[in-house]
Structures are given as C-alpha cells and as structure tokens.
Design a protein around this ligand. Structure first.
Ligand SMILES: Cc1ncc(COP(=O)(O)O)c(C=O)c1O
Length: 406
C-alpha cells in the first residue's frame, strides 16, 4: 500500500493579489472545536459575525453575512438572485473580473450590454452614466478593485446615478474590502461582495456580502422556499424564481435570520476564521489599516523605482494593494518568479489575458502587507534580476524603502 508523508507545506512569503498569508491567530481559530449549527453558542457567533461585517462594509444594512464558497460564490449569489431572466444588465469592464461578471450575467439569462475600457485604466463616471441613460438597465454590475490590472474604479457618482434611475448596483469589492475604503451606504451600493483571502487575510472559502432593502425587495419577489421545508401550498415568485438553490439569497437570509430556517450546513471552522479575521481588522481600525496599506505600497514603489523598474498602468487609478510591474525587455518573467519562489520562498504573481508575460503583479494585502516582507522582496528581486542579466543599481532599492519607513 502506498504510504503518504505527513503534510508539511512550506512557510512562504506570499506577495500576490491573493491568497495571502494568514495571521496565526486566524489559523488558531480554525482549530477550535466544531459546534452544532443550531447550538446557541454557534448562532451567537453567526450574529457577531454579521455585526462585524456591517462595520467592515460601513453599512446599516440588516443583511451582511458570508456565502459559503470562494469569492465568486458571493458574486454569483448576488447576481443569480438579483437578475431575473430578460433583465437589462450593464457591465463596464476594465479587466478580467469584469468579464467574469459578464459571464455570470449571461448565465442568468440577462440582456447584457458591456462597456470596455483598455486594460490599465478605469472609467470616467460620466461614461458609465451616459451608457445607463441610453440602455436603462435594471442592474449595473462592476468591479471596484481589479486585481488583473491593479486599478481601482471610483464608484460614488455611479452609485448615485443608479439610485436616481432606480437601478440596482452590484459591486465586486473582493480585492478592496479591508484594504482600501469601501463605503457601501455613502456610495449607494445596493449589493457588495467582499473576499476573505485578500486584505482580510483569512483563507479562501467564504464570500462576505451585504445588500440593502432595495435589493432585498427584488430578491424576495423571486424567492422560493425549498421543497421539504415549505409550509404553504403557493410560493411567491413561482414563475421567475431564482434558478439556483445554493445561491438563493432569499433562502440564505432565512438561515441567517432568527428564523434559522435550515439551508446548507454552515462551515463552522471557516466561520471561526472569518470572525477572527474581522475581529483583528476592526481591532486595528479601518482607517489605520488603510493607512498601513498605503505606507507599504509607498515603500514598495520607492524600492522598485530605485531598482530602475517601471510600473504598469495609469497612476491616477492605481489600486493601493496591487502593484503591477513591467517585466524588463528580454527577461523571462516566469523564470524570475520561479527563482523567487524556489530560492527565497517568495511568491509574486503573473497575470491573465492580454497582459500575460508583460507584467508581474505584487500584492500588499492584509497580513502579508508588512515591512519585513517588503524589504525581503526588494532584496530578493534585486538579486534575482542580477542573476537574469539585468543591470540593476545595486543596493538602492532597500535603501529607498527604508527611507520611506524612516
Ligand atoms: C476582483 C476579483 N473578483 C473576483 C475574484 C474571484 O474570487 P475567487 O477566486 O475567490 O472565487 C477574484 C479572485 O482573485 C478577484 O480578484
């Protein structure tokens, strides 16, 4: 019989746009004993998590809870519940994850109109608003922080326009939540999806979401209680009911409400992790956390620039937590990444689609976003580039970063 070794993954310095390193306190929380899903101790943890999510999303919304599954499960739950077949949906795309929204909206049977921006920049709010006036969408779905290009889209004016036109605004804040400001209520976002494995530094496996009463009103018209749990004969929304059972937010909110109407079996250990990640985030304070991300981004950029490297994309729309670097001419970007990982234990990312092979992406997110990681990466990258025949001003990168810190 084949014998398998003990599991012993390497300790890595993860400087990608997710997943990133997890705070040991979150890992510890995951090892606590499992509770039954209706145990009052567990339902208290569910309620506390909802309270912390409201603070994280800066919202007075009643509904703020995690969908079980990776971040795209939250996106899919929001879209499949809020987009009825035939709805007009506008999707402004400025990178890979905008295309994901397009893909999901099509699968919802929507009439989709996309607006595309050249990768590396974002939309003027007026461009999106003009398209809304022309298309009169029921829903606008958009990414806030695009990890594929390292850009951030301003949302407040688009949010106001959506409210004025009585259209729902669904926002993918997977990469930004906990790292840069996401103002759900002030920016008039109707449904927002966050990610765990990025700026919250919790493993991948849950998608925190929030939505307001406008969104709830729509999804309740489409809700259908599962066979086997129904108490009445006639169900509302019999004709246009949500075509997913797992992602029907109407049923999920019954499970997260005092009704505790059974749906799936909650992921106990993941919820412990999320609760601990949120607790640490709120203990640090959102403003202090955002300032920390800005500081380390500044040190990283100072070091990269001192090394003679160039950044990719429009600087005006740069996303604090993802820095995209142009791979120097003639350098094999994948060979550099492999050497960083194999010899230094540091992971940085490549990217997708039209940018593949042209840029590296460096994440400075959550627990990974700290001074010793930035200095370690700069030192290692300099050494690896020299090994790849690149002429680099030696020793300046770390000094430039230290100047920022000091
Ligand atoms: C902006 C954005 N949206 C959505 C996703 C999808 O998340 P997941 O892979 O956790 O499903 C990602 C993942 O990297 C992302 O960066």
């Amino acid at each position: 019989m084949k014998r398998y070794e003990d599991l012993s993954p390497s300790l890595r310095c993860i400087m990608t746009p997710g997943p990133v390193e997890v705070d040991p306190r979150v890992l510890r929380a995951m090892s606590f004993p499992v509770l039954g899903q209706f145990d009052p101790e567990f339902t208290d943890i569910m309620n506390e998590t909802m309270g912390m999510l409201r603070e994280l999303f800066v919202t007075g919304n009643q509904w703020a809870y995690p969908v079980d599954g990776t971040s795209r499960s939250g996106i899919e739950a929001a879209m499949v519940s809020l987009i009825a077949p035939g709805d007009r949906v506008l999707i402004p795309i400025f990178g890979r994850f905008g295309h994901l929204l397009h893909e999901i909206a099509e699968r919802c049977g929507a009439e989709v109109r996309v607006l595309e921006k050249t990768w590396g920049s974002v939309f003027e709010s007026s461009e999106v608003i003009a398209a809304m006036e022309n298309f009169r969408p029921h829903v606008v779905a958009m990414v806030h922080g695009e990890t594929s290009t390292g850009r951030v889209q301003p949302l407040a004016e688009i949010g106001r326009a959506c409210r004025e036109q009585d259209c729902l605004f669904i926002v993918d804040a997977v990469a930004t939540i906990g790292g840069v400001p996401v103002e759900t209520d002030a920016w008039m976002l109707d449904a927002v999806i966050g990610g765990t494995q990025k700026c919250l530094s919790v493993p991948s496996g849950m998608a925190p979401i929030t939505y307001n009463e406008r969104a709830e009103a729509k999804l309740l018209t489409r809700k259908r209680v599962e066979r086997g749990l129904r108490t009445g004969d006639v169900e509302p929304g019999e004709l246009s009911f949500v075509r997913s059972n797992y992602f029907d937010l109407g049923m999920l909110q019954d499970y997260w409400s005092p009704k505790r109407l059974n749906h799936h079996t909650e992921m106990t250990s993941m919820l412990y992790a999320l609760r601990e990640g949120l607790r640490l985030t709120l203990e640090e304070g959102l403003a202090a956390r955002f300032a920390r991300h800005i500081l380390h981004e500044k040190a990283l950029i100072a070091g990269l620039t001192a090394m003679g490297l160039n950044l990719y994309g429009d600087p005006e729309s740069k996303l604090t937590v993802v820095t995209c670097v142009l791979i120097p001419e003639g350098v094999d970007g994948e060979s550099v990444r492999s050497m960083l990982l194999d010899r230094f234990g540091i992971e940085i990312a490549s990217t997708f689609g039209p940018l593949k092979g042209l840029i590296w992406r460096i994440g400075t997110m959550g627990f990974s976003c700290r001074e010793n990681n930035i200095l370690r990466l700069l030192g290692a990258l300099e050494a690896v580039l020299i090994r790849h025949g690149v002429t680099v001003p030696r020793g300046l990168a770390i000094q430039a970063a230290l100047d920022v810190y000091e």
